[in-house]
Design a protein around this ligand. Structure first.
Ligand SMILES: [Zn+2]
Length: 229
């Protein structure tokens, strides 16, 4: 079932390790089939280099395992909350990539300092709110998804396809799991550049809004012209 999607999720999960975004098993990738309304996701706790196609778990949007013998990632309820609210997402990635997570631990959005940021993220990368004691106790992973959805309210999720989870890590997404992975790689690079920029010059102003507009719009939306037709 969904062999092609499972293959892509397998590859995305292995890429988390090879791209250096993830240490040990601190991350996971999933993809969503909007027609069948099913999610393919990494199994919990399996090292990336041991991961096989048949290990990828298929779950429905209520979290029932439809195919697979392993337990889905413990972060699965977060992914599901996001797909439930935004079925236009084709893939979601969670990591604790170092520089982006450092901003998350500092509970600071990542300011847009340059065009690398603007190409992928239209404005600062926000930091979600902290969960309450009750939210942590009752349904930690599900409520993590809830606060991400809350933060996306009234905006196009593809304008800034990433969010920081305070004290924890990051989630990125995209039209596909490959795009979500690209956004995770970009987010980490942008966070590293922002950190270095502030180290060199703590008072660096945010990117000129005109440059933000130009760089984002030439890659995204109806007037995009970057790349090949
Ligand atoms: Zn995590």
């Amino acid at each position: 079932m969904l062999e092609e999607l499972k293959q892509r999720v397998l590859l995305a999960n292995k890429s988390l390790k090879t791209s250096g975004l993830v240490t040990l098993t601190w991350g996971n990738a999933s993809a969503f089939d909007a027609t069948k309304r099913l999610v393919a996701i990494k199994p919990s706790g399996v090292p990336y280099d041991e991961l096989k196609l048949e290990d990828i778990v298929i779950v429905d949007l209520s979290g029932n395992v439809v195919e697979g013998t392993l337990r889905p990632s413990s972060d699965c309820p977060t992914h599901l909350k996001m797909y439930q609210a935004h079925p236009e997402l084709g893939g979601i990635i969670h990591t604790h990539s170092t520089f982006a997570t450092a901003f998350a631990q500092a509970k600071r959005p990542i300011p847009p300092y340059g065009t690398t940021h603007a190409d992928a993220f239209y404005g600062e990368v926000p930091c979600a709110r902290l969960l309450s004691k009750k939210e942590i106790e009752e349904d930690y992973e599900g409520n993590t998804g809830k606060v991400i959805v809350e933060a996306l309210e009234n905006r196009d999720p593809f304008d800034v396809p990433a969010i920081l989870l305070p004290s924890h890590g990051v989630f990125t997404w995209g039209e596909s799991v490959e795009k979500a992975l690209e956004n995770a790689v970009t987010l980490e690079e942008v966070a590293k550049m922002a950190y270095l920029t502030e180290t060199i010059c703590p008072k660096t102003p945010a990117l000129d809004p005109n440059l933000m507009e130009k760089h984002h719009k030439r890659k995204h939306g109806s007037s995009a012209y970057y790349g090949q037709k």
